[in-house]
Design a protein around this ligand. Sequence first.
Ligand code: T3D
Length: 258
Amino acid sequence: MSHIIFEIKQNVGFITFNRPEVFNSMNQDMREEVITALSTCAKDQEVRAIYITAIGRAFCAGQDLGEIVDPNGPSLTEILSSGYNPLVQLIRTIEKPVVCAVNGVAAGAGANIALACDITVATASATFTQAFSKIGLIPDSGGTWTLPRLVGLQRATALMMLSDKITATEAEAMGMIWKTFPDEVFVEESQKIAFTLAQMPTRGLGLTKRALNSSFANTFENQLAVEDVLQTKAGSTADYKEGVDAFLQKRKPTFKGE
Ligand code: T3D
């Protein structure tokens, strides 16, 4: 892999964007590498949480604009159908928690990849911009689905039409991301979230994600039925038994993700 760094440490799959010279904007090879890394994380039992971040001053400036003016490059349709769409689909459907640690500016598809993750945190100096409207495109990578659900229709529309750059603190205040950390403790604090999740009951967390994914399309009654089915599954896991045993025996549980 030449555009990302992928490693597994303490049950966490670390995916680090590594094209700092173009603000980690994505070309086809990079999208494919991210998809491969995510697919590995989905299959590998050792991986119980995923942590996405980047090297350099930016998190990701979205589409590499050099690629779209290349006459031999992929079309807009190909870029979405074989790139950003499967990438964000994987983030949403992998039944393991995905933490995104936004280390700098997140623009265009870069912003919407960050927002597709389960828990998105940012360093205090990071910024977010939808950016698409400034070049005549519409927001993609699931942004038109995700952003209004996070911040409401009015704010999502303004953010998408104006493409204003907002600070991490503003993003936190409007519910776009979970938390902002001071720059000097950002790496440690954001990784702590991933390491914590990786020691929790992985199947229960995965089923929680499945339930949340279905909630927006469901009536209340239908969602109660989803909870019935998924709670039965969670209740059949070894980690559920361990959680209850540990509580009753007044000891710390050891979850194995099974
Ligand atoms: O096929 C399709 O296109 C459909 C899919 C679309 C998905 C999308 O993501 S569309 C949106 C694409 N992204 C953008 O339009 C954002 C473009 N970048 C910016 O607006 C700004 O660079 C930022 C707001 C991200 C950061 O601004 P600033 O002032 O901090 O940095 P800068 O000086 O503009 O950029 C720093 C370097 O990164 C610079 O290179 P240089 O001059 O130092 O050699 C710049 O060219 C490069 N860079 C930044 N963004 C991109 C990029 N290079 C290629 N593609 C980029 N997207």
